[in-house]
Design a protein around this ligand. Structure first.
Ligand code: 13P
Length: 257
């Protein structure tokens, strides 16, 4: 079973709609990104306010994702955005359970599972984020933490839905820090995530689900992560903000340079 490589940019709280259009214009001039898209799926997750502009302005080989989605269908939930609203704006991926959502906004394992369910229901591919913090890593709890997070996130999905989903392993200590695990260490954790998925949803789901690495990925190190057998690409913050850097990562992930 071959899994297509996937590069997703997570812009976090950066870029206005105007700045997002400028990124798209820049990407249109990067021939490397278009070539890479023959073998690598590409997506960018801007803030909600830039989704519509980006969906219109990006070349068709780059998809638009959301950084979050609320688990209710609609209602009196001031400030929240539903899966139907995202789908209607051209969104195809939805990040759920990013560590910043978990730590800064109190998102629980249970909420992440509900968000994955509502995303799938509306045709969005959930990008389920898991990862240990530094204290958990130092206490040798990495495997246990990511297993717990993974189980909760996929609990409400069928085997087929998990097979079509994306998981991103993002060690919290590697996010925005310039520090990364060795690619072999990330590979070992991701292999463990695949085993958990196999136990919960069967081996077909575990073989099909794409699992990304995230945390201080940049053009210079992405190929080393992508070369690991169980790592299917990357979820990238800071280095995805410039079109040229995004294009270089796409090229490197596709095996070019
Ligand atoms: P950085 O690539 O900036 O470390 O961010 C990683 C991340 O959190 C992507 O979701």
């Amino acid at each position: 079973m071959t899994r297509r490589k996937l590069l997703i940019g997570n812009w976090k709280m950066f870029k206005t709609a105007t700045e997002a259009r400028a990124f798209a214009a820049g990407l249109n001039t990067e021939s490397g990104a278009k070539q890479a898209a023959a073998s690598v799926d590409l997506a960018v997750c801007p803030p909600f306010t830039a989704i519509s502009a980006l969906a219109d302005a990006l070349p068709e080989y780059v998809k638009v994702g959301a950084q979050n989605v609320y688990f209710e269908e609609q209602g009196a939930f001031t400030g929240e955005i539903s899966a139907a609203m995202l789908a209607d704006n051209g969104v195809t991926f939805a990040i759920v359970g990013h560590s910043e959502r978990r730590t800064l906004f109190g998102e629980t394992d249970e909420a992440v599972g509900k968000k994955a369910v509502v995303a799938v229901k509306h045709g969005l591919t959930p990008v389920i984020c898991v990862g240990e913090n530094l204290a958990e890593r130092d206490a040798n709890q990495t495997a246990e933490v990511v297993a717990r997070q993974t189980r909760a996130a996929i609990a409400g999905l069928s085997s087929e839905q998990v097979a079509a989903s994306v998981v991103a392993y993002e060690p919290v200590w590697a996010i925005g820090s310039g520090r990364t695990p060795e690619p072999e260490d990330a590979e070992a954790v991701i292999d463990g995530i695949r085993k958990v998925i196999s136990e919960e949803k069967g081996s077909a789901a575990a073989k099909s689900v794409r699992i990304l690495y995230g945390g201080s990925v940049k053009p210079e190190n992405i190929a080393a992560f992508g070369a690991q057998p169980n790592i299917d690409g990357a979820l990238v913050g800071g280095a995805s903000l410039e079109a040229s850097s995004f294009a270089r990562m796409a090229t490197a992930l596709s095996g070019g340079n």
